[in-house]
Design a protein around this ligand. Structure first.
Ligand code: IMP
Length: 432
């Protein structure tokens, strides 16, 4: 059994899509376990660029099944648009894509609820993606949500949807376009079209594993955006860490044997909240430009900073990482020196863990160590021995500081701009 979880180790956007795309041929099923169309996975194949928000990037390979697990929240229209987009590019989707009957639906008025909720927070706003994700999870845990399986019964769905809309209208204290009858009808039309994709995916996944099939569990966002373990309250509303893979799919922990963490060679974050290694100077702008650090869902510029070892170590612990994939190494190519945060400085002295209180976390300062830059291109390098010595030293230092092997290094956005470290875990997982 070699079922693995792929998880973001920072604040999302680490490049999970590319790594999942690379590993997908060795797996029979790729299953997303949380989040919704707030995620954005960019995969580049030849001269074609795909931005997938909801559907796992495994769909871009010719074979294999993709699953949206029960932990995902589904915007029916966004899902159908993505399916149409893939089909227009000649990618076979029908029969290869399943949605859990226990996943929750994002209702049209959730976007208005989210906008007003963010406005009311004032300076404490989270900077969410405005996709209705937070309200969908709030309704789910408040036991007022509507599951995808309910879309199979349009009459029941219409009745529940109306009462949810009326409740939202009171809370919103006014009329909103997303509360109109037309919006409700459009939603019902889209939701009904989900029917051919809907199954009991927990049953499907466990039966597949019984039959010897291999499953890759794909997380969205990252460890520091996890609702329990992240920089709360500046987090998303689901369990993006490895534990969420089990609750979000129905595949038990005893059926998962490894966790691959994805980490950028530096750090980025979109939205508000603490970011100890943030660079607010030219170096930060350089990383933003070279790394094309603009959100693939919202287009917002991403904040940038140095690699944060306390975050990576915390992530290794929470997710039980067995290997790390280091992405975007080439973005650092032009720097004279590269810094790494090895610990935090606090009023009580050095600290190597993540404070649970956001007020404490906002006050930490990074203790940086500096290393020589390599000032030569690593773009497209696909063999470990071809990396310049200083780049190799940087990668080795990160691995020993975090205490996890680095099994893959990405040196560019294309599939073949990748080093799979010989003898490492990723090389083993990638074997058919
Ligand atoms: P929400 O997920 O839209 O509720 O947004 C909550 C926080 O998570 C905000 O700071 C978003 O910017 C952040 N976020 C959500 N999805 C992503 C992602 O895919 N990458 C990076 N940040 C994300």
């Amino acid at each position: 059994m070699k079922n693995i979880v792929v998880v973001g180790t920072q604040w999302g956007d680490e490049g999970k899509g590319k790594v999942v795309d690379l590993l997908a041929p060795a797996f029979d099923i790729v299953a997303r376990y949380q989040g919704g169309h707030n995620a954005g996975h960019t995969v580049i194949v030849g001269d074609r660029k795909f931005i997938l928000r909801l559907i796992p990037s495994g769909i871009l390979r010719d074979t294999g099944t993709c699953v949206l697990g029960n932990g995902v929240v589904v915007d029916a229209q966004a899902f159908l648009d993505e399916v149409d987009g893939l089909e227009a590019l000649g990618i076979e989707v029908q029969g290869r894509l399943l949605v859990s009957n226990r996943a929750h639906l994002i209702l049209p008025h959730y976007r208005s609820v989210e906008r007003v909720s963010e406005e009311r927070r004032g300076d404490d706003r989270v900077g969410t993606t405005m996709r209705g994700i937070g309200p969908a999870y709030e309704q789910k845990t408040g036991r007022r949500g509507i599951r995808v399986g309910d879309a199979l019964n349009p009459e029941r769905l219409r009745a529940t949807l109306k009462s949810s809309r009326d409740e939202a209208a009171t809370w919103l204290e006014g009329s909103e376009p997303e509360l109109s009858d037309a919006a409700l009808d459009a939603f019902l039309e889209a939701a009904v079209k989900l029917a051919p994709f809907v199954v009991d995916t927990g049953r499907f996944l466990n039966d597949a594993v019984d039959d010897g099939k291999r499953v890759l569990l794909e997380g969205a966002q990252g460890t520091m955006l996890d609702v329990d373990h992240g920089s709360y309250p500046f987090v998303t509303s689901s369990s993006s860490t490895a534990g969420g893979a089990c609750t979000g799919t129905g595949l038990p922990p005893t059926r998962v044997s490894g966790a691959l963490g994805i980490a950028k060679a530096y750090t980025t974050r979109v939205g508000a909240g603490p970011f100890p290694t943030e660079l607010l100077d030219d170096r930060g702008r350089h990383l933003q430009d070279r790394g094309q650090e603009f959100g693939s869902v919202t287009g917002r510029p991403r904040r940038t900073g140095w690699f944060d070892v306390p975050v990576a170590r915390y992530s290794a612990r929470i997710n039980g990482l067995t290997s790390l994939a280091l992405t975007k190494l080439d973005v650092l190519d032009e720097l004279d020196s590269v810094s790494v945060c090895v610990e935090y400085r606090t009023a009580d002295g050095p600290c190597d863990s993540i404070p649970s209180s956001i007020k404490d976390y906002e006050r930490v300062e990074p203790i940086l160590e500096h290393m020589d830059g390599w000032r030569t291109s690593t773009r497209g390098i696909s063999k470990l021995e071809d990396l310049p010595a200083a780049a190799r030293a940087y990668v080795d230092a990160l691995s020993s500081l975090v205490g996890v092997e680095i099994g893959l290094i990405s040196t560019g956005p294309e599939r073949d701009e990748t080093i799979v470290v010989p003898g490492g875990r990723v090389a083993a997982w990638a074997e058919n």
